[in-house]
Design a protein around this ligand. Structure first.
Ligand code: ATP
Length: 171
């Protein structure tokens, strides 16, 4: 399935704006050109929801979340940035591990079981993308998704052939 990554970002951004009215959401996208990726729309949506849920969950003081979409010739880059509690350098290596949670006792009341990020990373890597994080304890975190762009053709017959190819290679 070919999905317009930017459109999914916009959709999830608008949904979070609606359901988290006490947060300020800022969207930075001044793109033109294709942001088509070969990925199920639901999968990208799911990953963005995991990242935004975390950004909300781990931002208690400064309730501001920035989303951005950028691209180069080969990749779409999506960033989710918060200004919340951040992650220390010693814990950052483990946040993508299954069941890992920083400071279990303190974060128990926040719910969750430490699966979100490991699922998100597996999904993205399954599409030959990357999910990475940079964070400063006490200042906030940026999670970055990078996904290969697929070339979209305007010619209908080419597109149909392309879709057949996609079906063959998807499992
Ligand atoms: P869930 O399975 O519901 O997502 P979770 O939030 O505990 O629960 P992950 O999403 O995998 O699980 O995150 C793992 C850990 O990484 C979290 O417990 C938290 O300590 C840390 N973490 C994740 N996102 C952030 C963030 N934006 N800011 C600070 N810490 C974070």
């Amino acid at each position: 399935e070919i999905t317009d990554a930017r459109e999914v970002v916009l959709q999830v951004f608008n949904n979070f704006k609606m359901i988290k009215p006490n947060f300020v959401f800022v969207l930075d996208d001044d793109l033109n050109g294709s942001t088509a990726v070969q990925m199920y729309r639901n999968h990208l949506e799911q990953v963005l929801i995991i990242l935004l849920d975390n950004a909300v969950k781990y931002s208690t003081k400064r309730k501001e979340i920035h989303l951005s979409v950028a691209k180069n010739a080969r990749y779409v880059d999506i960033a989710v940035q918060d200004f919340g509690e951040g992650i220390s350098q010693s814990n950052i290596k483990r946040v993508f591990n299954r069941f890992y949670r920083v400071d279990k006792a303190r974060s128990r009341d926040k719910g969750g079981n430490g699966l979100g990020l490991s699922i998100a990373q597996r999904l993205i890597e399954g599409y030959r993308g990357k999910l990475t994080v940079e964070s400063v304890l006490g200042q906030g975190s940026v999670f970055r998704i990078s996904l290969p762009i697929v070339q979209k053709h305007n010619d209908k017959s080419t597109r149909e052939n392309e879709n057949k190819e996609v079906e063959k290679h998807t499992d």
